[in-house]
Design a protein around this ligand. Sequence first.
Ligand code: URA
Length: 215
Amino acid sequence: MFVFTQQPSLANQFIAELRDVSIQRDRLRFRRNLERLGELMAYEISKTLPYNNVKVKTPLGVADTQVLRQQPVLATILRAGLPFHQGFANYFDQAENAFAGAYRGYVPGEGDEFEIEMDYIVGPDLSGKVLILCDPMLATGRSLEKVYHALLRYGIPAQTHIAAVIASPEGVRHVQQQLPQCHLWLGAIDDHLNEHFYIVPGLGDAGDLSYGAKV
Ligand code: URA
């Protein structure tokens, strides 16, 4: 597991801005900070991927260099995942993509109890590929688990990376227990989940802050 805020880097600054109530009201900046974290995480994950040695012809000669052997597949969960996913797509710029629509379906009369509802999924062939599943908030881990298993209908990836900006300790434990084969990349691990299953201190609702309140 790699946690960005355990090292000094600009990731700390971007996460601080995402959390700050006086900055996060600026939706464009909020989305762009999620995107910037996607870019930083894509770069860090890129250090673990295989490369081919190639020769590139320049106007003045030939340079020995390396290029990615195969682009990963980038997957995310609508809607909060979109800006974060865009950051990954900016760096893995030829990647294929998968999208799932998943949300908390609250059980009537059961307070904050919910089931994860999934009503949309689309993706390319995943067989033997590197899959990066990104979702900004790893709260309970149940939507990531459900979407990961649903994605397997497109083939078994050779390797899976799960990336999140803010995680709860409960969510991290859930993913490590249920999806032990996946590598975790996290911006920060926060204190706890509250009674509504929101991360504390967290940042609030990442989807609403990116795109406006839902009804
Ligand atoms: N989703 C969010 O947007 N925020 C949380 O704290 C938990 C889930």
